[in-house]
Design a protein around this ligand. Structure first.
Ligand SMILES: Cc1cc2nc3c(=O)[nH]c(=O)nc-3n(C[C@H](O)[C@H](O)[C@H](O)COP(=O)(O)OP(=O)(O)OC[C@H]3O[C@@H](n4cnc5c(N)ncnc54)[C@H](O)[C@@H]3O)c2cc1C
Length: 460
């Protein structure tokens, strides 16, 4: 622990040297700077360094090391466990580092470490190119990719990590290094699911895919059709091509254009079929879902970057999430999923999703620390509500969903879909063998566990 005078002098020097802004407790703007997506998170970092470039990141990490303080890295601030912040930590805040450079000829994109999904998708859209991205436009690309990366394109383009070509990183020593298949390959391997454990990714390069057309069918049904809808959705996906994805969902109907006004605020079932292809082909695929009695439908071609904003949740809500990855989705699993859906807390923003996996996810490289790759389906309950009085019932509902579907669980989980559920779940999220190897890579690049505000891998 540094003396107060040393800490004060170092902070003054950081304020002077950093091109971006620096916030410490008591500064105007400090509370705004420490707010994250999940309103349940209330952490008080020692310093928030809003970096504008790689040099700012190096300065901030070295500042933390000089004072023996841990470093938290903030990308989009979407971690449901609030891992972008740490009490008493130096937060390397990347929100002002959002440049995206598309290279259409190479079908690759270089993304600064604080860019959001929207920055990425909007830059690629004019080139009719895309890569697997998260389903909300404000999610940070950094946390999303380093954790694995699941989205509407993963069944045809692979997980985000399967598209990772290189990472520019600032290590715990404040050194700049590059990781790729040729350079620092062990570190590069660890960045395929090991999250922010190994340093600050100041830029990531991802492979792009041609995406000339994208279409969706979003249908809303009354809850009494839930089992039929979910089974039909499952069968449509199982018989369809890898370009098809989406989700079966239970939710409170939002006040949106596609919701008939008399149903706003009620519990509904939705089938969302996304398709990396034409509307005509999508319509054929969606026929069995369209044949079921539904309350509203949106079917048509839509730019991928626009679809990516459709499920955007407002910030400032309270959140508690979890997930189970499944061996299969037989009828009795569907029954269990739907029974949980019938008790989804309303009226809240909570959603209960059955996500298809398979396709390019299952066919992807098996050496990376993403052990949920082989699961054909995932159940992802995400509790989202406004009133602290709802904390207990919403958190309990998420826990009950896990219990209900556990008989079908593979035991592996995608860490970006869960909060802080303890060490065993971190191991389940990277795989037991991989956990050992990740611990060794951690020892090499961050022996003091400076980067500990994440699904933490301890150095071994
Ligand atoms: C509304 C919403 C929708 C979502 N949808 C999806 C989805 O469809 N698919 C999916 O896979 N996930 C999804 N997620 C989960 C999301 O991928 C994770 O929460 C992810 O960690 C968010 O990254 P972030 O940069 O926004 O978060 P942050 O909270 O800023 O960071 C999360 C973790 O990543 C680390 N990190 C972030 N950026 C960097 C960086 N540049 N270098 C090093 N470490 C970094 C942080 O230190 C922290 O440990 C969603 C989350 C939300 C809130």
């Amino acid at each position: 622990m540094a003396s107060p005078s040393k800490a004060g002098a170092a902070l003054a020097a950081l304020r002077e040297d950093l091109v971006g802004d620096v916030f410490a407790p008591g500064d105007p703007g400090y509370d705004e700077a420490r707010a994250v997506f999940n309103a349940m998170i209330d952490r008080r970092p020692a310093v928030i360094a809003q970096c504008v470039d790689e040099s700012d990141v190096v300065r901030s990490v070295r500042f933390a090391r000089d004072l023996d303080l841990p470093v938290a890295v903030r990308g989009g601030g979407h971690s449901v466990a609030g891992m972008a912040l740490g009490d008493g930590a130096v937060v390397v805040d990347l929100r002002h580092m959002r440049a995206v450079g598309v290279d259409p000829a190479a079908e690759a994109v270089r993304i600064a470490g604080g860019a959001t999904m929207s920055d990425l998708d909007r830059a690629c859209q004019p080139h009719r190119l895309a890569t697997t991205g998260g389903r909300a436009s404000t999610t940070g690309v950094g946390g999303f990719v380093l954790g694995g990366g699941s989205g509407w394109l993963d069944r045809c383009c692979g997980l985000a990590v399967d598209n990772l070509l290189g990472v520019e990183l600032v290590t715990a020593d404040g050194e700049r290094i590059h990781a790729s298949g040729d350079e620092n390959p062990d570190l590069f391997w660890a960045l395929h699911g090991g999250g922010g454990n190994f340093g600050v990714a100041t830029a990531l390069t991802l492979k792009l895919h041609e995406l000339p057309e994208f279409s969706i069918a979003l249908l809303l049904y009354l809850p009494e059709y839930g089992r039929e809808v979910t089974r039909t959705y499952r069968d449509v996906i199982a018989a369809g091509p890898d370009e098809a994805s989406g989700a079966a969902l239970y939710m409170t109907a939002p006040p949106a254009e596609f919701v008939p006004p008399h149903l706003v605020g009620t519990r509904l079932v939705a089938a969302l079929l996304t398709y990396a292809g034409t509307e005509a082909d999508l319509r054929k695929l969606a026929e069995p879902l369209l044949a079921l009695p539904h309350e509203s439908e949106v079917v048509g071609a839509m730019p991928y970057a626009d679809v990516q904003c459709m499920l955007d949740d407002p910030p400032g809500m309270r959140n508690y999430w979890s997930a189970e990855y499944l061996t299969d989705a037989p009828d009795d699993l569907v029954d269990a999923f739907c029974a949980s859906g019938e008790s989804v807390p309303v009226p809240t923003g909570t959603m209960h999703a059955l996500f298809p996996q398979g396709g390019a996810i299952a066919a992807g490289p098996h050496e990376y620390p993403v052990p949920y790759r082989d699961a054909p389906w995932a159940v992802h309950p995400f509790g989202l509500w406004e009133d602290p009085a709802d904390d207990e019932r919403c958190v309990q509902w998420v826990r009950d969903v896990r219990t209900a579907v556990r008989p079908w669980s593979t035991g592996a989980v995608y860490l970006n879909f869960i909060g802080d559920e303890g060490t065993d779940r971190v191991v389940a999220g990277v795989g037991a063998d991989n956990a050992q190897r990740l611990g060794q890579v951690k020892r090499r690049y961050d022996p003091d566990n400076v980067f500990r505000f994440n699904h933490n891998i301890k150095p071994i």
